[in-house]
Design a protein around this ligand. Structure first.
Ligand code: PBG
Length: 309
């Protein structure tokens, strides 16, 4: 009667790693329980997600090395892995499952950065031009939400205009607005194979400084002004203060990403017998909701939805 916060499967977004092949599954060493799967199995995952009442799946492609380039141009190929996966899921699940497609060039660049590099730094405006093409490409494949995770300045407005001009005014933008330059993304970069491309480089010139809070307010205010429908905080658990501050400040839906490193911490500690997996994962979910997030991207999504049942 007095419980203040609730969680339902509709609060969940399930990130899925997709690779080439058929009936093919590849474990990810740093993320036990999470796998890279071929399109047919990704579609099966999506169907399960739909049946469980999960709001959306988010698709992350593992791009074969031969298709990576300096400028990430494979992002614009209508026949690339993320587009084929999106189409296949849309064909099977129709409108009753949301499909989130990331916008950023890191799955496609030989250097692993989210944009094109000029004079040893990511070139903001040149990158935004390409990101607009990537967004349209993915919208044509049938995604319902475009999620720019690149952190270039001004991209939300440009992507919104580009989508509208192509007849995709119904496609929503979930902006990675407060995305920090975090070491918690390590296992994700293993999963999509961008860690080796990135080498020792960091993304600190475009992702946020973990010591900053008011900068998150500025980033979010800009993204809202440019037309974002949902704004995201990432990582999740170490940044609940940011979630709460944004929730208290802006009347807009807030998403939070429980990232790969957070998944690894909870999973590996549970496997070692140090934590009770179900209890800590559900506690982390309600903590995100309590802080003010309406959507939670988590690799535990399917498990959480099953526990809720
Ligand atoms: C790519 C992207 C990243 C994640 C989501 N999209 C990694 C990065 O910015 O290097 C991280 C997700 C996770 O760690 O689970 N732009």
């Amino acid at each position: 009667m007095v419980q203040e916060t609730h969680l339902t499967p509709a609060n969940l977004i399930w990130p899925i790693f997709v690779k080439e092949g058929t009936a093919s599954v590849e474990p990810i060493a740093s993320m036990p329980g999470v796998e890279r799967v071929s399109i047919d199995l990704a579609v099966a995952h999506a169907e399960q997600a739909k049946d469980l009442g999960i709001a959306c799946v988010a698709i992350f492609p593992v791009t074969p090395t031969a298709l990576k380039s300096d400028d990430g141009r494979h992002a614009l190929d209508p026949d690339n892995l993320i587009c084929r996966t999106t189409k296949a899921i849309r064909d099977r699940c129709g409108d009753s499952l949301g499909i989130v497609c990331d916008v950023a060039l890191d799955p496609y660049t030989t250097h692993g950065h989210d944009g094109v590099v000029v004079d040893n730094d990511v070139a903001n405006d040149l990158t935004v031009d390409i990101l607009c093409g990537q967004a349209i490409n993915q919208a044509r494949a049938g995604c319902t939400v475009i999620a720019p995770s690149d952190m270039m300045d001004g991209r939300v407005g440009r992507i919104r205009a580009a989508l509208d001009a192509e007849g995709f005014s119904h496609v929503a933008i979930m902006s990675y607005a407060a995305k920090y330059a975090s070491a918690f993304y390590g296992p994700f970069r293993d999963a999509v194979g961008s860690a080796k491309n990135l080498g020792g480089a960091t993304k600190k010139t475009y992702q946020m400084d973990p010591s900053n809070t008011t900068e998150a307010l500025r980033e979010v205010a800009l993204d809202i002004a440019e037309g974002a429908d949902i704004v995201m905080v990432k990582p999740g658990m170490p940044y609940l203060d940011i979630v709460q501050r944004l929730h208290d400040t802006f009347p807009i839906p807030i998403a939070v990403y429980q990232v790969s490193g957070e998944y690894a911490m909870l999973k590996l500690a549970s496997q070692a017998g140090a934590l009770d997996e179900r209890t800590v994962v559900m506690e982390s979910m309600i903590a995100f909701r309590r802080a003010g997030a309406c959507s939670i991207l988590t690799y535990f999504a399917k498990q959480v939805a099953q526990w809720l049942q």
